[in-house]
Design a protein around this ligand. Structure first.
Ligand code: GTP
Ligand code: SAM
Ligand code: SF4
Ligand code: SF4
Length: 326
């Protein structure tokens, strides 16, 4: 089935957040203290998540990305992914992870039927990495990246939230990584998720990042596949990996947006930044497949044209990235 929104955009990608818990505390995503775990009752069960996934695939979703919080901390995630991978009609199953548990879990994830992994990694310097993640261990993430390839995965995409004065000094180091490793490196514009005055100081636009890389390396544009997602991709001639730019704030990809989201507590969102969310619980408890189909179609039809964030005129609200899943 073909699922299109009111603007004619084909919607074929669901981002499903399965937990709001995390084993790191990246400063741009979660407050250092005062994070209240959603209780067992409010977080969707695996059965409920599967019902949403099956319904979405029936409607025309072809790709599901599992996210969080940190999806790999949820107990039973491998069995859940195995059931998800078996949904007839689902073409792509991917996971976005911080990589801390990958070394021990990569083989199980591969055997479960996950096809691709994206790994968040904002610094190659252990100290900076520890500061950004408030205690994360860089060595573990690097070991996880290698373990993923040993397990059979294509080199995971590396997501780098790029922030002025925090890790922008490493833009060229990350670009250089693509010379010797097959991992695509994607630079993501910092989004104002945590309510903080002066958030603009962290912002570096995708075009500035590209300019900085171009001062050292020539770049050629790479063709985008149908599932290439929000990044614009480039390559240093002869390099093994691509370089991608995700202009999450300057938002050049809204007109091609192909996705909807469901949070770990069952709120469906037509846009990452939308204030409106549709509570799916009434169609999950008890399960009502027909009702769920109808409400998911409504979410797609009411998808906004684009987000309202600009560096100058954004009225800041607190924005729970770890619950939505990015
Ligand atoms: N503004 C915006 N940012 C997004 C969107 N989708 C993903 N991102 C951001 O892009 C970054 C990378 O997201 P991933 O979880 O790796 O997913 P993806 O980029 O869709 O991955 P691929 O499917 O491999 O292209 C994260 O910071 C997300 O928050 C989107 O629709 N809008
Ligand atoms: C919320 S995390 C969930 C999955 C997993 N824990 C991880 O970090 O990959 C998904 C993505 O959102 C990104 N993200 C979170 N907060 C962000 C922000 N304020 N600006 C830009 N990207 C952000 C992360 O870097 C990550 O790539
Ligand atoms: S970005 Fe991912 S790893 Fe970092 S705090 Fe958020 S959910 Fe956790
Ligand atoms: S900001 Fe909203 S409309 Fe734009 S690409 Fe992201 S989800 Fe789609």
């Amino acid at each position: 089935m073909n699922l299109t929104d009111s603007l004619g955009r084909k919607i074929n990608y669901l981002r499903l957040s399965i937990t709001d818990r995390c084993n790191m505390r990246c400063f741009y995503c979660m407050p250092s203290v005062g994070v209240v775990d959603k209780g067992h009752k409010s977080v969707l069960s695996y059965e409920e998540l599967l019902l949403i996934a099956e319904t979405a695939v029936k409607l025309g979703i072809e790709k599901i990305r599992i996210t969080g919080g940190e999806p790999l901390v949820r107990i039973g995630v491998v069995g859940f992914l195995e059931r998800l991978a078996a949904i007839p009609g689902l073409q792509h199953l991917a996971v976005t992870t911080n990589g801390l548990l990958l070394e021990e879990m990569a083989s199980d994830l591969y055997r479960a039927g996950v096809q691709r992994l994206n790994v968040s990694l904002d610094s190659l310097n252990p100290e900076t990495f520890g500061k950004i993640t408030r205690g994360g261990d860089l060595k573990k993430v690097l070991a996880g990246l290698d373990a993923a390839e040993r397990a059979g995965f294509p080199p995971p995409k590396i997501n780098v939230v790029t922030m002025r004065g925090v890790n922008d000094g490493e833009i060229l180091d990350f670009a250089a990584l693509t010379l010797t490793r097959g991992n695509p490196v994607r630079f993501i514009e910092y989004m104002p998720a945590i309510k903080e005055n002066g958030w603009q100081r962290y912002c570096i636009s995708g075009s500035e990042i590209l300019e900085r890389i171009s001062t050292r390396y020539p770049l050629e544009e790479v063709d985008r596949g149908i599932f290439s997602g929000p990044s614009r991709d480039y390559r240093i001639p002869g390099a093994q990996g691509h370089i991608g730019i995700i202009t999450a704030v300057s938002g050049h990809f809204c007109s091609e947006c192909n996705r909807i989201r469901v949070t770990s507590t069952g709120k469906a969102k037509g846009c990452l930044f939308a204030d409106e969310a549709t509570d799916l619980i009434p169609w999950l408890r008890p399960p009502d497949r027909e009702g769920l189909e109808k409400v998911l179609k409504e979410v797609v039809m009411s998808k906004p044209e684009r987000h309202g964030i600009t560096q100058d005129g954004y009225h800041h609200k607190n924005f729970n990235m770890s619950q939505i899943g990015g």
